[in-house]
Design a protein around this ligand. Structure first.
Ligand SMILES: *Cc1c(COP(=O)(O)O)cnc(C)c1O
Ligand SMILES: [Zn+2]
Length: 402
């Protein structure tokens, strides 16, 4: 049993009502459950392999889910990197190892399953890339048409490739993500398409399983802190909700400090945090190499700021140079290949240790949200070129030892 509840005025709407924000006050919605009849025990989870649907009892979907084995991503202990940046224990939850290469799959397996339960005929989203890649693949699996809107010229190549290969109708909008989102919301309202951006509270239900998996992988302990990139601010809100639910169910004994990292050219949540505001002032022309978080007006900002304040976390911004340095360190010290947005979590952690806001005795989990191969053009622009040589042993030797 669950309803969609407004986080602002507390009005509740039945599960099958198609609303994305509160019709009464415009507030964000979240899924709230009546779990009074539910008895759940850590032992219930023992024998089941890690995946989003391992936690079906805590998710809203009733039907057989539209699934391609999402979740179950590794939690790497990063000894060498933690020593280098000066933190007690650093884990990386590598969400780039989901089926389409980003955590968006967790949201889409739930979101598209709900779309099918509701009998929707078309699904749609605006995207900085990964949401569209994920929706395209789950739409294909569910046999439902997909429309995606991308900011023209600002989407990493791998993501566009996925969206077009899996058969979505891909519209390249001359404007930034925030404009594309406005357009797709209008389209969904006018045409009855189902909106699967992270304003949709069902999508965040899937993404909260990142928290479930981390706790599960750490033996139902929780880390002191979670550090992750913030774009449209859905994921930090979802993960916080997941940790809160575990705590309320008595499965864990505390909630980690939620720590949101943004790029300097695109950091409305950080600005609000630094002025202890509850809401953001939008940035009209966000810019960063981390295109996945190039968002000036994040829809979930209110939820994200609540997550940060309530958990005692912080929010910080990092430069593109700091992102690139962290991306290379993660790749070359730990063998973890991530796209730029994901590396902002490591860059942010480093900065917060340097400024003393994070103490060295903490156990930290950084969430790396997307795979390196999403954005090969960025890689080629920041790394050394391959060395082209003549096909002779002499040229090989010269190049190897030069
Ligand atoms: C979507 C995305 C983000 C941002 O997540 P939000 O929920 O929008 O804050 C960060 N990194 C990657 C790789 C993403 O695809
Ligand atoms: Zn309301």
């Amino acid at each position: 049993m669950y309803t969609q509840k407004c986080i602002q005025c507390q009005e509740e709407y039945p599960p099958e009502k198609i609303v994305y924000t509160c019709p009464k006050c415009g507030g964000l919605l979240e899924i709230v459950y009546d779990w009074s009849g539910l008895s759940i025990n850590k032992k219930d989870f023992n024998a089941i392999p890690l995946s989003v649907w391992k936690y079906k009892a805590l998710l809203p979907v009733k039907r057989e889910p539209i699934s391609i084995n999402e979740g179950g991503t590794p939690l790497y202990l990063c000894d060498r990197l933690s020593e280098k940046i000066g933190i007690n224990k650093l884990y990386v939850k590598h969400e780039g190892l989901n089926p389409t290469g980003s955590f968006k799959d967790r949201g889409m397996t739930v979101g598209v399953s709900i779309a099918m339960e509701l009998g929707m005929k078309t699904v749609a989203c605006a995207s900085t890339g990964n949401t569209s890649a994920s929706l395209a693949i789950y739409g294909a699996k569910a046999d439902i048409p997909v429309v995606v809107m991308l900011p023209a010229g600002k989407v990493a190549m791998g993501k566009v490739a996925q969206a077009i290969m899996h058969g979505a109708k891909v519209l390249s909008v001359r404007g930034n993500f925030d404009k594309a989102l406005k357009l797709v919301r209008e389209l969904c309202d006018d045409e009855g398409f189902y909106l699967l951006n992270s304003v949709n509270p069902y999508r965040l239900e899937g993404q909260k399983t990142i928290a479930f998996e981390i706790a599960d992988q750490m033996g139902w302990e929780v880390p002191d802190r979670l550090v992750l990139p913030v774009g449209n601010a859905g994921n930090i809100s979802a993960i916080y909700k997941g940790f809160k639910e575990l705590y309320n169910l008595g499965l864990t004994d505390r909630i980690p400090k939620m720590t949101g990292i943004q790029a300097q050219g695109s950091c409305p949540v950080v600005n609000a945090f630094k002025q202890t505001q509850k809401d953001i002032i939008a940035i009209p022309d966000p810019e960063t190499i981390a295109t996945a978080i190039r968002i000036g007006d994040p829809v979930n900002a209110v939820k994200a700021l609540r997550a940060i304040y309530e958990s005692g976390g912080v929010s910080e911004s990092v430069s593109d140079d700091e992102i690139v340095t962290a991306q290379k360190q993660l790749a070359r010290i730990e063998g973890i290949g991530v796209e730029p947005a994901s590396a902002s979590s490591i860059a942010g952690l480093k900065k917060l240790i340097q400024t003393g806001l994070i103490t060295q005795d903490e156990t930290v989990v950084c969430v790396t949200t997307g795979h390196l191969l999403k954005d090969p053009e960025e890689v080629l622009s920041i790394c050394e070129d391959a060395i082209e040589i003549d096909a002779t042993a002499e040229s090989v030797r010269r190049a190897v030892f030069q």
